[in-house]
Every structure is written in C-alpha cells, then in structure tokens.
Design a protein around this ligand. Sequence first.
Ligand SMILES: Cc1ncc(COP(=O)(O)O)c(C=O)c1O
Length: 457
Amino acid sequence: MVRELAGLPTDKDSVRALDRMHVFHSWSAQGLIDPLPIASAEGSYFTDYDGNRYLDFASQLVNVNIGHQHPKLLAAIVEYAQKMTMIQPAFANDARSEAARLIAELAPGELNHVFFTNGGAEATENALRMARLHTGRHKVLAAYRSYHGATAGAISMTGDPRRWGAEPGVPGVVHYWGPYLYRSAFHAATPEEETERALRHLRDLIMVEGAHTVAAIILETIVGTNGVLVPPPGYLTGVREICDEFGIVMIADEVMAGFGRAGEWFAVQHWGVTPDLITFAKGVNSGYLPLGGVLISDAIATSFAERVYPGGLTYSGHPLACASAVASINIFKDEKVIENARRLGTDVIGPELAKIADRHPSIGEFRGLGVFWAVELVRDRATREPLVPFNAAGADARPMVELAAACRQRGLWPMIHFNGVHIVPPCTSTEREVREGLAILDEALNITDSCYTGSAE
Ligand SMILES: Cc1ncc(COP(=O)(O)O)c(C=O)c1O
C-alpha cells in the first residue's frame, strides 16, 4: 500500500525519475545506479512500489535494530515533535538530559558523559579530537580492517578501500592489523596465538612510532562491515593493558556493534573491558532520526572542565533525536530486545549456519554473536581463496552479485560485502523470520557452490 502524502510524488516512476535527475548518491558512480523506490516498511520487512516485500536481513545499514516503524517509537517522536522540535545545544533540554543519563547508565565503568552528534563519523571524529587534546599527542593507531566514517579524520582512520579516494588523509594515522584468525596476518594457528601476536604487533608499532606520540588506539569492538570479526579471548583486555601502560586513550567504535546488535548494550560488555571513549550511533535510536555520540570517561571529561572543548554541531543533542533515543532505550528494556538478539544468535542463527555450512562447500567460515553474523565464501576450503578478490568490482564480483539477486528474487534483502554475506536482521526479529531468511540464503548459496573449485570434503 502506497501512502500518499501531500506535496510528494506518488508513483514509482516519478520517484525514480526525480531521484535520477537530482539526488547525488553516496559511494556511487551516479550513471551506473538504479535505486529501487521503496513504498513502505514495517517490522522486519520493507516493500517496493510493485508490492514486492523484502525481509530486511541488512537492517538497512545495520542500524534499524528496533525494526521498521515501531509504533511506540513513532508515537514518542510525534508526541515530542508537538512539544518542541529544536533547541540549540547551549541550552539544557529534558530529552537530551535523559538520553545522556540513560546511555551513561547502560555503559560500563565511569563513562558518565555524552557528546551528541548526528551520526557515527562525527562521533569518531570527535573522539579522535578529544584523545589528542587530552593526551597532548597526535597519532592514532587504527585497524586496516575497519570503517570509522567518511569525514576527514574518520575516513583517514578507516582501513578499508573507502579511504583511498580521500587520501592523503589527516596526518598521524598509523594502521595496524587486528586479530582475524581465519586470515591471520601473524601466521597464527590458535585464538591464543592470534591474540598474543596481534598484541605484540601493537606493541612493536608503539615502540617504533614512539609511545609519547600516540594519543589513541581505535578499534571496532567487533569489526563490522569488514567481516564481523569477533576478537579472540584476551585481545581487548590486552589492548586495555597496553593503553594503560603507555597512557594511550582506548576508543571503542560501537557505532555498529552497540545497542543490541551483538546481544549486549555495548559489545565490550562481552569481555568486561571499559574503554576511555565509546562511539555510538545507528542502533541508539535505529536511525528514526539522525543521532550518534561519544561516551566519555570522567578523566577525559575533566580535562575539559577548565578549558574549552573546541568542537560542536548545530544539531548536537537535537531534542527530537534525543527523545527518540530515550523512547527506543525504554522499548528495548520493556520488550527485552537485547535478550531476544542474544537468543537469536545462540539458539537460531549459530546452529542454523552450522547446518548450512555442512551443505555448502563455498562457506569457508561463519562467525558472529547476537544478530551480528557473517558467512565468508571461498573457492576452496583448503586454500581459503576468497570467492571474489578483495574489493572486487564488475565481472570479478559477479558470483556475489548473482547471490544477492537470487536472495532478492526470493524476498530476502541481504547485506553483501566483498566475499561475505552478513546476517544482520533487526534485533526485534522473530525466530520465524530469521529461519525464513536463512532458508532463502541456504537455497541461494547453490549459486556460489557452483564456483567452488576445491575438492569435496
Ligand atoms: C563501525 C562504524 N563506525 C562509524 C560509522 C560511520 O557512521 P555514519 O555513517 O553514521 O557516519 C559506521 C557506519 O557504517 C560504522 O559501521
């Protein structure tokens, strides 16, 4: 059903034509794309103008953690909009105060202060600035397998190929290899070896860069788009220890991993580690309005008690966005959304993927937690040759493009990155929906099996 609203185009062709004429899209060659007009969304599904319904196994951009059009969240937004839609950041505001209180209360340790932004990039950008000013040092160590956002500092810290187009970036960023046992940069054979060697690599980098020049180490608690890489036991604790030893600020980027995605409020809670700064966005209010932020330790906040923090945004702590965060967090609590995400991971997605991997030789590895999983596809399980090359495009990417098309034809909207399929449905998904999506994926994976060149196991 297309809901007609005054002043907006009502048919698919006008929506598409106006888009092609005037909208400039992210990360795209403008002449090579054909964006699908979407008419409506509800719960775990969205629907196009022809009535095709898709199960959203991508939660849009891994952000609609509460599902589409949650009625209570919509009601809270409408109610607050009728009270007030804008008060600039220098005033105190009820929604902003309560959102900050709730977020600080959920966070581990002494992370008691929140600087609000409009999204993830501004959060990592400000976290870097805070770390530099707090330590008086300028370098930041950031992982190659990472994405931290598209503004100057955030894209410079990003390790994946999205950085290339923005280079030369801001000075002072040094990239490192994080743990990834399946494709270990350290020739490790066990999780223990991977942890030990990845930490030694960080120490070596700090030695040659000069500890007195390093302001921060930033990491995605669970690397998101670049493969859902869950850190091996001891790694995060080890990074915390290194930061403490050298007076380096530990920044956990939880823009994707936070707010239920990994089955905890914050993914660091799986490992009992408290960073100095946590960046968040996406799941904090599921993007019903743009919102992100930095959770700040007492120690770092105190550095700006008597001196000005040189940063701000017209929409920092936007009242309507903050009101939606308050409502979303309360709904998560009332409806036990975190528990649901955790259970979907342990009882449904993990066990089902194990069975699917038995049936499909092209699955090299699957990994994840909560509703945050990836299946990594290979041509050969023995050599682990990726199904498509790193950063594949055009004809090289064809098997993944065909896999995505097969999923969509069957009503599943997948998230594909390089040679991986990410399974990242809303945290509110039902078991039936998740099983439905996995069954479609199971069928579609016959396509990638046909590219398998290794021997049958
Ligand atoms: C881990 C991580 N950090 C930062 C960002 C940037 O967030 P935004 O797109 O809201 O600027 C993203 C976005 O995908 C992300 O996944």
